[in-house]
Design a protein around this ligand. Structure first.
Ligand code: FES
Ligand SMILES: [Fe+2]
Length: 425
């Protein structure tokens, strides 16, 4: 049957089984989206920035996780801490700038304090309330400053200096435990010496955040990328492992990229990260939407902030070694931007593709099947990574990804989600 009518279009392909497709409503439904913010995004460790973005005491950066305003500060003791960016007085957002320093103070704020502009309450870098304007006159002795400190959040600096925050005080795993073996392939490369952000841009894309994560974790779409086909498609590329780990994480193993096959590109071996084989390329996709992508000489990190069922903000960072000479840094920037910058060879292609998905999976679109049924012995074009991600998602949401109106149920035993057994390349 060459084409399908309304009924057969809605039916899953006959040869595929539950777990090998998902229902597009999980990308477009507002109720599911709201539920994800509380059941997924508020429950996981989320990387929010890199410590090199707040190098000095009193530096800060602000962001949101699941719509909650968050502020990350570096104290005079150099320690990085995270708080809800919300004033305990009347709930104002305390700091509205994306980044800056509290060291010098502002017209309405004393140096070395976070000051809420509304009624000028002040907080130190540990989140203690340090000053309440006209405290005695208004509260006599009924309110103590120690009862109105900021809401402290779980915060760790881990994996090459990334700052991780978890909104859930009950989270009982460290970032290392939560990421587990998924970190292994790049741990030595990023932890050997301090890293530094050299590139930052962000984009608001009309698609669900999971579609961007899918694109980062499946390589079948290298058919979209002429550059990757030319520099990649060979036996070693097709043997790259696609491995799944506890808590929904996925790793794509390495191979040697032949940059010299593409006109204008050269080997990146001269500025490889520590412990990296020359022109190697690893990708780590952390649940629910954090991506580390190291092409030998430049580390890319995508951090996502879901804004709505069909809207995501993606912050793109490029990182090199803090010890870089100007020449090395220039080489890394060139390597990063020529592929991943806003005008690079690949990034816009991915953005166009997911925008195309978003355009067809908006809230009013009829439900359809999204296929994740490729099996290629856990190699690069096997869609086991996405199957694993959605199984974890289904458990956390207690919804069946292939029919989100039903509660979670495990896929058939022989589907090989690689869960919870970690597989290494
Ligand atoms: S709301 Fe912050 S000082 Fe009043
Ligand atoms: Fe891509």
């Amino acid at each position: 049957m060459p084409t399908r009518n309304a009924q057969t279009w809605r039916e899953p392909p006959k040869g595929l089984r539950q777990g090998e497709w998902i229902d597009s409503r999980i990308y477009s439904d507002s109720e599911i989206f709201e539920e994800e913010l509380s059941k997924v995004w508020k429950k996981c460790w989320i990387a929010v920035c890199h410590e090199s973005e707040l190098p000095e005491p009193y530096d800060f950066r602000t962001m949101t996780i699941a719509r909650e305003p968050v502020i990350v500060t570096r104290g005079p003791d150099k320690k990085v801490r995270a708080f809800l960016n919300v004033c305990p007085h009347r709930g104002n957002m305390i700091e509205m700038r994306p980044s800056g320093s509290f060291k010098e103070g502002t017209p309405s704020g004393n140096p070395k304090h976070m000051t809420c502009m509304f009624h000028a309450w002040q907080f130190d870098m540990k989140g203690n309330c340090a000053y309440i304007s006209r405290e005695k006159e208004g509260y006599q002795d009924r309110l103590s400053r120690k009862d109105v400190g900021l809401r402290k959040l779980k915060c760790e600096v881990y994996f090459g200096g990334f700052v991780w925050v978890c909104l859930d005080d009950e989270m009982d795993m460290s970032v290392a435990e939560w990421g587990g073996q998924a970190f292994d392939c790049l741990q030595k490369a990023v932890d050997e010496e301090p890293l530094e952000v050299f590139h930052y841009h962000k984009a608001i894309i009309p698609c669900n955040y999971k579609l961007w994560h899918d694109t980062n974790s499946e390589f079948y779409h290298d058919y979209l990328h002429y550059h990757n086909r030319i520099t990649g498609f060979n036996d070693e590329y097709f043997a790259r492992k696609n491995s799944s780990y506890d808590n929904g994480h996925v790793v794509v193993g390495s191979f040697k990229v032949r940059y010299d096959q593409y006109k204008g590109f050269d080997s990146r071996a001269d500025v490889s990260f520590p412990h990296m084989e020359e022109n190697a390329w690893y990708m780590i996709d952390m649940f629910p939407g954090i991506n580390f992508n190291l092409r030998g000489s430049a580390l890319r990190c995508d951090l996502m902030t879901p804004l709505g069922p069909n809207e995501v903000m993606i912050e793109f960072r490029g990182l090199g070694l803090k010890s870089d000479t100007p020449e090395q840094r220039e080489a890394r920037i060139e390597h990063h931007n020529s592929i991943w910058g806003p005008f690079g060879r690949n990034l816009h292609e991915d953005l166009i593709a997911v925008s195309g998905q978003g355009g067809a999976m908006h809230e009013m679109a009829e439900p359809r099947r999204i296929l994740h049924g490729r099996h290629e012995n856990h190699t690069i074009h096997d869609e086991v990574g996405m199957r694993h991600f959605y199984d974890t998602w289904g458990k956390m949401m207690n919804r069946l990804p292939s029919d989100p109106t039903k509660p979670y149920a495990p896929p058939p035993d022989d589907l090989e989600l690689e869960e919870p057994v970690a597989r290494t390349a």
